[in-house]
Design a protein around this ligand. Structure first.
Ligand code: HEM
Length: 173
């Protein structure tokens, strides 16, 4: 997984839960020395998932809660620093989400070892979309949190619901 995601997770934990919580999670993941991570570095997926698991224990929260916290921090804080152009290019949550497959594919195309998630879009009626999540990482709760946060960014009351491990139902207002 690209370092940018790990760096965002680390900043979220340090700022919203406390510096010591990140270190506690590394310790119980048996990571003695944190490797230097750059946004474009590739961090072993298994290691990231291990730290995520440790964070749930250290913070005493569920994966749903971590997904919501991460989604909000990525969309409304972290990615605004370097990727705000993508948000400004869309006027509403629907247009932004419809671009996400292309954005993930295009922006990681030139990054070595990137395996971005891909998305398919299925419309049930003119307000209800099923967003299919295709990734071997199984981070559907992060996906749900990110979609909710996009609704918050565009000030739209989206109804977001997880449908198993690989799809999310989104009802637009
Ligand atoms: C402008 C906003 C966004 C940018 C620039 C962006 C970019 C990225 C990048 C670079 C990665 C790492 C990919 C890799 O390691 O190969 C990633 C991961 C991810 N992105 Fe985004 N992303 C954005 C918004 C979103 C949104 C709104 C969603 C959900 C609809 C989303 C879903 C995910 C998920 C679930 C992952 C974790 C990796 C996985 O599950 O395989 N992203 N994103």
């Amino acid at each position: 997984m690209k370092g940018v995601i790990v760096l965002c997770l680390k900043e979220l934990v340090q700022k919203n839960y406390g510096e010591d919580k990140w270190l506690d999670a590394l310790r119980i993941s048996s990571i003695e020395k944190e490797p230097a991570i750059l946004p474009i570095s590739d961090v072993d997926d298994a290691l990231v998932l291990k730290v995520v698991d440790s964070l749930l224990k250290v913070l005493g929260i569920s994966m749903t809660q971590l997904g919501d916290a991460f989604g909000d921090y990525w969309v409304n804080v972290y990615s605004q620093r370097m990727y705000s152009i993508y948000y400004k290019e869309s006027d509403n949550a629907k247009d932004f989400l419809m671009k996400m497959d292309d954005v993930h594919y295009t922006m990681t195309k030139k990054m070595k070892d990137a395996h971005p998630p891909r998305f398919d879009y299925e419309w049930k009626d003119d307000k209800t979309m099923i967003m299919h999540y295709k990734s071997r990482r199984g981070l559907i709760d992060i996906m749900v949190g990110l979609v909710k946060a996009v609704g918050k960014y565009y000030n739209e009351p989206l109804k977001v619901e997880k449908l198993g491990g690989d799809k999310v139902s989104i009802v637009f207002p």
